[in-house]
Design a protein around this ligand. Structure first.
Ligand SMILES: Cc1cc2nc3c(=O)[nH]c(=O)nc-3n(C[C@H](O)[C@H](O)[C@H](O)COP(=O)(O)O)c2cc1C
Length: 197
């Protein structure tokens, strides 16, 4: 079994419809360590030592967040800036994360159709996440295709969100139980279709 660390980042959790339900479901999955970054660090003062210790202890790291301005909420960037230090995560002697897995679980307001070369947003979400992909690569992490929930703002009630929460739980369990086809998951646009039913 792999140990899974979920780093949840939502700057307005009380307003969240999707992520707060996915987060609640993720917290209950056995073998998953769940961290709510905005709850832990409302003032952005990140405990780097503690976060590095947790990253080191886990095999799989999941960044769960809404898609904000084609990227992640600000605390995720701050986390990466502070925690992935030279000589620890990358550079000379920096091998702490080698061989681990990183993926993102994202909810996006936009539909799948607008995220393509002909669409309004011009790029796929996977393409827009290139800085995360390359950060993972530099640190020796294996970056998997993101788990994406499109049309997030149309999903307003618990019943319509529930299937996505269940799919997310299946994803976390598959990561934990190492049952995902990793080659395919690394190459795909999104991991959604590779999650066991
Ligand atoms: C500041 C901000 C920026 C956003 N940027 C994007 C974006 O770039 N692309 C997109 O598809 N949706 C964008 N959205 C919509 C959010 O992704 C959507 O509201 C969120 O995923 C819903 O999840 P939640 O219910 O957990 O908040 C943005 C929303 C906010 C508030």
């Amino acid at each position: 079994m792999a140990s899974v660390l979920v780093l949840y980042a939502h700057p307005a959790p009380h307003k969240s419809r999707i992520n707060r339900r996915l987060a609640a479901a993720a917290r209950e999955v056995e073998g998953v360590t769940f961290r709510d970054l905005y709850e832990l660090y409302p003032d952005f003062v990140i405990d780097v030592e503690e976060e590095q210790k947790l990253l080191k202890e886990h095999d799989v790291i999941v960044l769960q967040h809404p898609f904000y301005w084609y990227s992640a909420p600000a605390l995720v960037k701050e986390y990466l800036d502070l925690v992935l230090t030279y000589g620890w995560a990358y550079g000379e002697g920096g091998a702490a994360l080698q061989g681990k897995i990183l993926l993102q679980s994202i909810s996006a307001g936009g539909s799948e159709e607008v995220y393509c070369s002909q669409g309004r947003n011009r790029f796929t979400i996977r393409q827009l996440l290139a800085p995360f992909d390359q950060t993972a690569c530099l640190c020796g992490l294996r970056y998997l295709a993101p788990h994406i929930i499109h049309g997030a703002n149309q999903l307003t009630d618990a019943a319509s969100i529930q299937p996505f929460a269940l799919r997310y739980v299946r994803l976390l369990k598959a990561l934990r139980d190492q049952t995902l086809p990793l080659e395919l998951a690394a190459a795909a646009e999104k991991i959604n279709d590779l999650i066991p039913a």
